[in-house]
Design a protein around this ligand. Structure first.
Ligand code: HEC
Length: 245
């Protein structure tokens, strides 16, 4: 039967369809993806490589600690700039340090003037909204060194207690706390950065040193309201004196 059909194809001079299929059937079929099995040996070898290799990495890598892989004085390349002044972003400006030191000295004042600088109504005057804080630094220098004996008017209210003298603090600490209260609580005049330097407090000691006992209101009012302690202003980034004097 099959032969007959073969012959018919042959007679027609065409390659027999069955001949073609016969030759294809003789070949080993190609294995299709996903078929077939992985030999046990291959699996065992693979597992051994994973176990031994992993063990070797574990025992010789020291946990991939960066201290082993990065040499001790390695300096990373600076990151690419996104614009702006990088040095300012990296190092803390002088004024930040000066203010945080001033805030520490201000701990001496909190009991009366409060952390908020608002004082206690009727007892201790506010530093916020006080003309004594906002204006020139000469009066503040005098107040800090010798204190005040009331009655004493601040922002229209009269207080009648004793503001202690702080002349046992160093010039630097006094300068820091006065800077702190001026910048933190004051409403400063235009162009006034609020900074008081050690040099300025030193000058205040020379100027007011001979005064004995706390000031009265009349004595403080005799110092011009806008008078500043002598001394050059400083660069807020570096703390270095500005050349303009
Ligand atoms: C024991 C309470 C007390 C302490 C502590 C104290 N003060 Fe005063 N301060 C007063 C009183 C009270 C007055 C008002 C004058 C008066 O009644 O004698 C005053 C007035 C002032 C004034 C002028 C008025 C005003 O409110 O602006 C300044 C400035 C000032 N103090 C700053 C300071 C600073 C800075 C400290 C800390 C280093 C400090 N005081 C610590 C009680 C105190």
């Amino acid at each position: 039967m099959a032969d007959e059909i073969k012959n018919i194809d042959y007679e027609q001079g065409l390659p027999g369809a069955i001949d073609l299929h016969d030759s294809v059937k003789r070949e080993n079929p190609l294995s299709q993806g996903g078929e077939g099995t992985v030999g046990l040996t291959v699996m065992v070898i693979g597992a051994l490589i994973l176990i031994l290799g992993g063990g070797h990495l574990f025992s010789s890598s020291n946990g991939f600690k960066s201290s082993i892989y990065i040499s001790e004085n390695y300096q990373p390349e600076p990151r690419p700039s996104l614009g702006g002044d990088e040095s300012a972003a990296e190092q803390v400006a002088w004024i930040e340090d000066w203010m945080s030191d001033g805030k520490k000295v201000y701990n001496n004042c909190i009991a009366c003037h409060q952390a908020s600088g608002l004082g206690i109504p009727g007892q201790f005057p506010p530093l916020v909204g006080s003309e004594w804080v906002d204006q020139g630094t000469s009066r503040l220098g005098a107040i800090m060194l010798h204190g005040i004996n009331g009655p004493f008017k601040v922002a229209g209210q009269t207080y009648n207690q004793l503001m202690p003298a702080w002349n046992n603090l160093s010039d630097e600490k006094i300068a820091q706390v006065v800077t702190y209260i001026r910048r933190e609580f004051g409403s400063l005049q235009e162009g006034d950065d609020g900074v008081v330097t050690t040099e300025m407090i030193k000058a205040a000691r020379e100027q007011f040193g001979s005064h004995s006992g706390p000031y009265t209101e009349a004595e403080l009012l005799a110092i011009p309201a806008d008078e500043d302690l002598p001394g050059s202003r400083v660069d807020l980034e570096t703390g270095e004196p500005l050349s303009e004097g």
